[in-house]
Write a protein that binds this ligand. Sequence first.
Ligand SMILES: [Zn+2]
Length: 277
Amino acid sequence: MQEKPLIVKLCVSFTLIIFLSACANTTRPGAVGVDRSQLMLISTSEVNRLSASSYNEEVQKAKEKNILINSGPSYERLKRIANRLIPQTGAFRDDTRDWQWQLALIESPVLNASCSPGGKIIFYTGIINQLNLSDDEIAAIMGHEIAHAVREHGRERVSQAMAQGALVNIAMAAAGSYGSAVSAANQVAQYALVLPNSRQNESEADAIGLELAARAGYNPQAAISVWQKMIKATDGKKSLEFLSTHPSGETRIDQLTALMPAVEPLYKAAPKPGPHL
Ligand SMILES: [Zn+2]
């Protein structure tokens, strides 16, 4: 067999080195055991920068329309839950304590909630009011959303798109004209913030979210009741914005049920939120 030229061998090794060094696990497995190597071809800081600017834009728009709620009982309730959940992310990674966490509540009938990369949480009043969510259920949804950010699923989706050649080369675009850099930023934002997550990412966010809620003293069983409420509210149709970005597998509730024994002891041991008058 003919020996491969040195240059080919070097190229193969170089490519392997790039891919191996780009594979990372963004979180520790926790009690729920999420353990998978993720392909990362773009920096956390770049994705978080885009995420922050998209969050600021959305909050600014809400402010202009006079639908941004930043005081009062609904906002304080949400803030209390966020303040209990956020510190629990330390069980999965150390740097979240340095994130610039933000929380916005927007008055809108939209049944949606999100946490963008870097810890930018948005809730719409629609999902809380129309599903009549309990604190435990809000914690289940918020925990799930925070888990996507903690696990850097947005950054991972951008990286997968880059690996498949679906995105223009970000580095080249950044070095090029302003127009191509803007276009690259828009594409990154689309992959990181808008497109639906894969079922695998959904399962990971369910698992980590469940543990975050349990550690924060919220009943993990609420993760099941909240999905049942959502399925009922959609009446079999994918009309909920939340479900359009969070594909709901038939096995979702089964998977959550299977994880309960891992998180119940954490819930039992956790200090519980007190009554709020
Ligand atoms: Zn999700």
